[in-house]
Design a protein around this ligand. Structure first.
Ligand SMILES: [Zn+2]
Length: 232
């Protein structure tokens, strides 16, 4: 059998014969799920402000699974993580799904955009089109040393809407893996709105920081509804 055909057969069969394993600790699983019971117990659902809406607090086994997806050459975890989040997502009235882009050089290095992999099963579940290339991001200055406002300006300067015709007049669901300061999501939202998007709501798999942070401004807007509410 030619080598390529053999590889294909292995890949196709792998899912059937290889044992299912926990995305964080590699424990064998009896049923198809993202995490083993022990690791699942470490996941804390996000109960804070919902812009962006988040599935969970960043930490524990979910953080480990996200790190493996991003840095451990495990693109397969994107689909599994996306499925878990899709099942928990509150109703949202959107036209298309757009992942937050990774800087171009990191895309080349990693070979995939983890946010796009997570976004795929979410778009499928919502029955909406995925536009993985709608946004483009150049390499900006390293974010770690910057404050929140500087981060925002830095990301915004590096972002471009590559396919404005795809977003004009549409309601967009923006998806990312992790949000720390929210600067990336906010920068993506503003370039999408500038390009003519009718609205942008955002969701991430995990948010870093305390759920209580930002609750004062949330009160001021009177939008307490978090989980089980509506994104729009
Ligand atoms: Zn586990």
């Amino acid at each position: 059998m030619p080598a390529r055909l053999l590889d294909f057969a292995r890949a196709a069969l792998g899912d059937l014969v290889a044992p299912l394993r926990c995305a964080a600790c590699d424990e064998k699983l009896r049923t198809r799920s993202l995490l083993c019971r022990c690791c699942a117990d470490t996941v804390e659902r996000w109960r804070g402000p919902d812009d962006p809406w988040a599935y969970a607090q960043f930490g524990g086994a979910l953080a480990q699974a996200l790190r493996r997806l991003k840095y451990g050459a495990r693109p397969d975890l994107g689909e599994s993580i996306g499925q878990v989040v899709a099942a928990a997502l509150p109703p949202c009235d959107i036209d298309l799904v757009v992942p937050v882009p990774v800087p171009y050089c990191r895309l080349v290095e990693r070979g995939y955009n983890q946010a796009a992999l997570i976004a795929r099963p979410i778009a499928t579940r919502l029955g909406r089109r995925l536009e993985p290339l709608a946004l483009w991001r150049a390499e900006g200055v390293k974010q770690a040393s910057l404050g929140r406002e500087e981060r925002l300006a830095n990301v915004r300067g590096a972002l471009a809407v590559r396919r404005p015709q795809a977003v004009r007049g549409r309601r967009v669901l923006l998806i990312d893996d992790v949000s720390t300061t929210g600067a990336t999501v906010q920068a993506c939202r503003s370039v999408l709105l500038e390009a003519g998007a009718r609205g942008v709501c955002a969701m991430v798999v995990a948010r870093a920081g305390s759920p209580l942070e930002g609750s004062a401004s949330l009160d001021a807007h009177g939008t307490h509804e978090v989980h089980g509410g509506h994104l729009w």
